[in-house]
Design a binder for this molecule. Sequence first.
Ligand code: ADP
Ligand code: MG
Length: 727
Amino acid sequence: MAILRFKALETVNSRTPVVLDFPKERVTSYFGSYVFDKKKMKEFLSPEVFKALTRTMETNQKLDPSLAESVALGMKNWSISLGATHYTHWFQPLTGATAEKHDAFFDMEGDEVMEKFRGSALVQQEPDASSFPNGGIRNTFEARGYTAWDPTSPAFIMDTQGGKTLCIPTVFVSYTGEALDNKTPLLKALNLIDEAATEVVQYFDKDVKRVIATLGPEQEYFLVDSALYNSRPDLIMSNRTVFGHAPARGQQLEDHYFASIPPRVQAFMMDFEFEAWKLGIPVRTRHNEVAPAQFECAPTFSEVNLAVDQNSLLMDLMDRVAEKHNLRVLLHEKPFAGINGSGKHNNWSLSTDNGKNLLSPGKKPKENLQFLTFFVNTIKAVHEYADLLRASIASAGNDHRLGANEAPPAIISVFIGSQLFDLLESLEKNSDIIEKGDNLYLKLGIDKLPEILLDNTDRNRTSPFAFTGNKFEFRAVGSSANISAPMVVLNTIVAQQLKLFKAEVDAELEKGTKKEVAIINILRRYIKESKNVLFEGNGYSQEWVEEAARRGLNNITTTPPALKAYLDPKSRKLFVENGIFSERELEARTEIYFEDYVKKVQIESRVIGDLALNHIIPTAVNYQNKLIVNAKGLKDLGLGEASYSASLETIKEISERLSVIKTKVDEMVEARKEANNIEHSDAKAVAYCDSIKPFFELIRYQVDKLELIVDDEEWPLAKYRELLFMR
Ligand code: ADP
Ligand code: MG
């Protein structure tokens, strides 16, 4: 009985931290050593090729095909010098994970082995990838898709099990040109915001030629011992525990957050940080999170495309390094019921090519008007497209988290801090604009901005979209997500808003209005129009749910209705007119998201059914039989009912609970059969959400009660106290 669980517990007890062989050198001497960055390009490419390639990278342009051969040669020589034997195009299909297919650096010429890596293989490949999600874009007759190098993200070497592979970041598109990945639309959205923001910056600073969106993603995760992980089929299958009674002690003592890091965990962190640094990923922060066994890491921010690539790579890296430490990383948004889930806080801002953060106020009033312009336009964009932002973070996993009083709610709102809030209010209400010089700013309080922000220390952890002094933090993103989708939406909606703003300002300028006056008047109107989305209070509270409803803000708590926002006319117009997605791409992509939701819930439903029937029911029946023997024995001894009444009660309780479990599992299986007959994936997703998922809690409730009464020695699943506290 419960053999696997007890073996696992024994194993955990004998674990010691893995001893690491760290380099003695300083970080700076090996940081980025596995990245084909400018320094290596300079060394391995001719000066002309180096110049052409860096220009391509800086201006986001396609690589001139005539250069490919030389670049490939340089890249090959560099990676071989470090021991690489294979290369791969590295891309991010819509599975949410990363994909790679390794090819060796040699080829046969007759019967001779030749080292080879052609320019054509660098620039483009045709993976036979018909089994990646494509939402119907590629039927199997047209199975070809191709990957093409994205020179704006540097190539790197992945070191796994002693084998080294040169990885070339690529986009992944269908043969007919539709995007099948996370990177393609992201690059388009980043170009869009660059163009739109640069035009607006011109009102303030003519020297700016480019605007770069920046991102610093904080990553939360859980760690459990791999032996315990392997003893839980639900963790293996669905990355979350579908059963498990709350432990006597959870996170109520609040003693885990920022506490000292356990030794095995610390060894793991140091190990993956070391690997990350070699790959040029600037992971800087590490700490314990609120829940037991929950942790966080955060890199220094960078340009969005690179930050997204590096976050994907980091998730992969953490997973692989954890194995070495006999740990498993749980990136699921809600691995444990009743315990905080995990998110990924997307810190986002806009920076000019001369290094000015556009969401950071400056010293001069004019710079502050520039700040306010970007600040208010971002708020307005979130207000206009709140449903689309909600859609961009929708997933089966994140549904457990949003609105569970521990993570930002599914209601999209913006927190800006009381002082900025007051400033916007006075800006909106103050009607007399004096047109002379800095007086204008004084009157409106804009001159006081720097001081205001210096002591803008209030932080609101309950807001999904919070301003934190010099950036916005989109906190509702799920921990397992590829963060490209929310970044595509955020950058596209802000770009769209900036374009509208520019058109309005230009129209005023044509009428002869003074520039500053035109800008302020338009911003004041925006504040009025989008004030509804500003919320400073406790986002976890029931009052906010009610208040938001009064304000007409949506509270979309589940994925299927949330995803629909991608397809409403306003979103279609936004994406198509800005060239981010074609209609076909948008439909295919949404279809993939619906399918993904169905698959995830379906897997959980199956795991619940299997575990209930194969693990829980037999265990409870065995224990019940023991009690029956016991009760009978006592009765036979003539000891009277009082001696066996406790056993009798438990016997009855087990029967009642088992009967509910069995009935509900049967009903759930029936509901699944019905749902599986539905053809359209959106309707199928709704069925999975509304008629299958509700069984999960009903079954779980009974199972968790049984966990409390069945003999601990026989319980087959590692318990919460073991998963969360043993390491
Ligand atoms: P916390 O939010 O925990 O107080 P920080 O504010 O220091 O921590 O930063 C959190 C993340 O925000 C880090 O990844 C950091 O690099 C990133 N960040 C800081 N400034 C910017 C910026 N201008 N644009 C994007 N991300 C930023
Ligand atoms: Mg933060």
